[in-house]
Ligand binder design. Structure first.
Ligand code: SDX
Length: 428
């Protein structure tokens, strides 16, 4: 017999159905609460509110579990590639070799952006943050693809998704080159996804960048681990914009803006800046942690804590291991890694962090790898956006294809002035 929830309001009892997910998550279905009771629920920042039912990603924050379409992140990280994961998230299944090849060919076919896009880049002042450029240029790129502005059509969605996944990489690299006053490097058909990104970032007009397999694998893993993460701030933003039936590129551009915040995707840049500050102060981290505990200003242990994970973020474990392997292979000793490990060790044994269930999240170690590759910290969140693009596209598709999807329009509890008469300016 299906479970229900009872609510007592003003002497009346109301029953609401309980929705149970395939992994046992339970939610009280309050979709007709206001119609039946005149009440709404209140849940600032949505910590207890399910905005949708989704089939894409599952997280168990207490157990530290993350699965893309049912596959554990640890197994995908071990045996798959970013492009295969992109296909999995968007189309719901791991591609066969012919499907992988076809999708990979689409990514290659759509890797170039319209030549006139370069005029848009010229418009940005030097020193513009790459995330500002990325969001603007995704919308601009959509203007050169008339079918993007059309209503959603399943038949062309695959190529729209391929365009966006492929071109976000090109736009990101161009933004980096522009910010450094360097000539744009065009993609090459012979390179696979992540190789081509590194080529466009670091090659010179007269010499291709040396593609060290350890570097390519480490960056591909970073993209893969960032590919989706259920209803995080930026993905919820993409779904919000999708719910108004805006086009895919507009939704993704909005996702980039949400991701930029230092509490979200901007944390990877903030972690490196935090570690560098600790290093400059000649601190081994202990003085900084005291400042955090004393709530000195806005000092936070960036890269720690998570709304959902109240245990280890499984991605942090994987990235930490990849960090050690890659730095060892490259013969790099980065003192920031020592500081990060010391911070982690100290925090994991400090009641302040333990009581608040604060563990390293995906952003704590990722910057160390990106820094070792030579990617500047202002590009770290752009790397996150490239990785998250398939997840945004999968969520966009889920909203648009859902038969009962309505425009997202939360309610509020009004706490402002009650009605008062207008006062003409001469009487104020
Ligand atoms: C990402 O949602 C996702 O899935 C996001 C993400 C994804 O893949 O999309 O996983 C990517 O955004 C990871 C998070 C990256 N952000 C950071 O590393 C920034 C530092 N972290 C915090 O700002 C914070 O932990 C959040 C934003 C991640 C989560 O914030 P919550 O859930 O709103 O938690 P909270 O602010 O209510 O904190 C609870 C307590 C508070 O203390 P009290 O007031 O109860 O005494 O923990 C404290 C907070 O002050 N706290 C921290 C802390 N994070 C929380 N104290 C010090 N350092 C921190 N990092």
């Amino acid at each position: 017999m299906s479970q229900t929830a009872k609510l007592e309001l003003e002497g009346k009892t109301f029953e609401f159905p309980v929705i149970v997910g395939t992994e046992g998550e339970k939610g009280v279905d309050v979709r007709d609460l206001r119609a039946r009771t005149g009440y709404i629920t209140y849940d600032e920042a949505y910590g207890n509110t399910g905005s949708c039912q989704s089939r894409i990603t599952f997280i168990d924050g207490e157990q530290g579990i993350l699965r893309y379409r049912g596959y554990p992140i640890e197994e995908l990280a071990e045996g798959s590639t970013f492009v295969q994961i992109a296909y999995l998230l968007i189309f719901g299944k791991l591609p066969t070799e012919p499907e992988r090849q076809r999708f990979s060919d689409l990514l290659t076919d759509y890797q170039m952006i319209h030549e006139d896009m370069k005029f848009h880049f010229e418009g940005f002042p030097s020193g513009s943050h790459p995330m500002a450029m990325l969001s603007a240029m995704i919308n601009a790129a959509g203007c050169f693809i008339p079918e993007v502005m059309n209503r959603y059509e399943p038949a062309i969605f695959e190529r729209q998704a391929a365009r966006l996944i492929s071109q976000v990489r090109t736009l990101a690299a161009y933004a980096y080159r522009k910010s450094r006053g360097l000539p744009a490097i065009y993609p090459k058909r012979k390179y696979r996804y992540t190789q081509n990104f590194l080529h466009m970032m670091f090659s010179e007009p007269d010499e291709d960048y040396h593609l060290d397999p350890a570097v390519v694998d480490a960056l591909d893993l970073i993209f893969l681990l960032h590919a989706d993460h259920e209803q995080n701030c930026s993905t919820s933003t993409v779904r919000m914009v999708a719910s108004s039936r805006a086009n895919l590129f507009a939704s993704a551009a909005a996702g980039v803006c949400a991701l930029w915040g230092p509490l979200h995707g901007g944390a990877n840049q903030a972690v490196i800046e935090m570690l560098e500050e600790i290093q400059i102060q000649g601190d081994d981290g202990s003085r900084f942690l005291e400042r955090v505990k004393q709530r000195d200003g806005h000092a936070k242990l960036m890269g720690f804590g998570h709304r959902v994970y109240k245990n280890f973020d499984p991605r942090a474990r994987i990235i930490k291991k990849a960090c050690d392997v890659m730095l060892d292979k490259m013969g790099i000793h980065d003192p920031l890694l020592d500081i990060a490990k010391k911070l982690e060790e100290t925090a994991l044994n400090d009641p302040y962090f333990v009581e608040r269930k604060l563990y390293p999240n995906v952003d704590f170690y990722s910057g160390i790898i990106l820094k070792a590759i030579g990617i500047p910290s202002e590009m770290f969140t752009v790397i996150f956006a490239i990785g998250r693009m398939p997840g945004w596209i999968a969520n966009y598709k889920e909203v648009i294809e859902s038969s009962d999807s309505r425009i997202y329009r939360p309610r509020q509890i009004y706490q402002g002035e009650i009605q008062r008469p207008y006062v003409p300016i001469e009487e104020r």
